[in-house]
Ligand binder design. Structure first.
Ligand SMILES: C[S@@+](CC[C@H](N)C(=O)[O-])C[C@H]1O[C@@H](n2cnc3c(N)ncnc32)[C@H](O)[C@@H]1O
Length: 375
């Protein structure tokens, strides 16, 4: 099933919105800033355009969306000052799937522009923000029109549930689970890996055509170590759904036919695909780690004892998982169960797990330059 009609994060500013539950991603994006700075500075110094065309792919809606735009403008402003050049104008394209809450972004633009003028002065830019609805697994821009692509926490979303998860006879191969687990048959692992390979290759091919000569790209997305468990949190959601099947609240076939269109690759897999596709030189690939609770400091969160602290962390993680998976889960199971019930059960399982283990949120930061041999 294609994800472009189904996938979006929870919109708005409510308790379960992505806007309110994206601190974890924000922290990782900020950690990756030196890599972003290195790549975009090189692009700017090399090309020195009058107007810098930058794209954020999979921008979602919330504080992170305009933070990246603002970071990029700030970096280039500082570089142009140091080179005694007039800062360029900026055209910042915010891309996401059509179901994304673009309205919330657009409503925040007047305040964003006004703060930009306040911080950087009237002679800065100007900056123009443009919304681009569409899938990044398709062409989004004219040939050789973009200087720099950025994407955070989006490229691990696949274009569709992996094709190979259904046998030729139409039988679901990943019965009872919603992602790869420790005990998944090799065919399930292969299906996920193959879908990522196909999607990421297409992504690289399209972006290389859209980039100008010497253009750059920095991607931050979920990754995993070679020997790491596939995804503890998604598997826990699978266990909750399994419990609900046993209680007769969810149809077994619905669970058997549901799989998350997500894949966290290893560094080796990513390097192989980039090399195989051939349009980009790798400047850097770095692993970035954070606790799943965004390394929150318990003493700052008002907790009085360890149990309260774990419960609070589990709630934080559950809210994050809810913000990114609720629309998908609602489409498949929504009429039978309430999301409050599902995520309460999920939180309880998380508390138990977090008392035993530290959950680590692993990410890859990939910095690329378009190869000169490509027009
Ligand atoms: C977790 S959010 C990341 C938002 C923001 N970049 C951040 O770092 O906080 C992932 C976003 O990627 C978008 N996305 C997933 N697949 C996509 C695709 N094929 N094309 C465009 N956007 C996509 C989702 O709709 C979602 O808004």
């Amino acid at each position: 099933m294609a994800t472009n009609k189904l996938l979006h994060m929870n919109g708005g500013f409510g308790e379960t919105s992505y806007a309110n539950n994206s601190l974890l991603q924000r922290k990782v994006i900020l950690k990756a800033k030196p890599i972003l700075k290195e790549n975009i500075t090189r692009v700017y110094r090399h090309i020195q355009p009058d107007c810098l065309n930058v794209v954020d792919l999979g921008c979602s809606s919330g504080p992170n969306t305009l933070m990246t735009a603002s970071e990029i403008m700030g970096i280039i402003h500082a570089v142009s000052l140091s080179l005694e050049l007039k800062a360029p104008a900026f055209q910042i394209f915010l891309n996401d799937l059509p179901g994304n809450d673009f309205n919330t972004i657009f409503q925040s633009l007047p305040e964003f522009y006004s703060k930009l003028r306040q911080d950087k002065g009237d002679n800065f830019g100007p900056g123009f923000i443009v919304g681009v609805p569409g899938s990044f697994y398709e062409r989004l821009f004219p040939d050789s029109s973009i200087h720099f692509f950025h994407s955070s926490f989006s490229v691990h979303w696949l274009s569709q549930v992996p094709k190979g998860l259904t046998s030729n006879g139409g039988t679901a191969l990943n019965k009872g689970d919603i992602y790869i687990t420790d005990t998944s048959p090799p065919a399930v692992r292969r299906a996920y890996c193959e879908q990522f390979r196909e999607d990421f290759k297409l992504f690289l091919k399209f972006r290389s055509v859209e980039l100008v000569r010497g253009g750059g790209m920095v991607l931050t997305f979920r990754g995993r170590l070679e020997d790491e468990n596939p995804s503890t949190t998604f598997n826990l959601v699978g266990k909750v759904l399994h419990d609900m099947v046993l209680e007769g609240k969810v149809e077994e076939a619905k669970l058997d036919n549901f799989d998350i269109p997500y894949y966290g690759p290893t560094e080796k897999e990513v390097r192989e695909i980039i090399e195989d596709e051939g349009s980009f030189s790798v400047e850097r690939v770095e692993f970035s780690k954070l606790g799943w609770d965004a390394d929150m400091n318990e003493s700052n969160e008002g907790s009085n004892n360890i149990e309260d602290g774990v419960a609070m962390k589990a709630k934080f993680v559950a809210q994050y998982i809810r913000a990114v998976t609720e629309p998908l889960l609602k489409t498949q199971f929504g009429e039978a169960i309430t999301m409050d019930d599902l995520f309460l059960r999920f939180t309880n399982k998380l508390v138990h797990l977090m008392q035993l283990n530290d959950l680590v949120y692993n990410n890859l930061v990939v910095s690329l330059t378009k190869r000169q041999t490509n027009a």
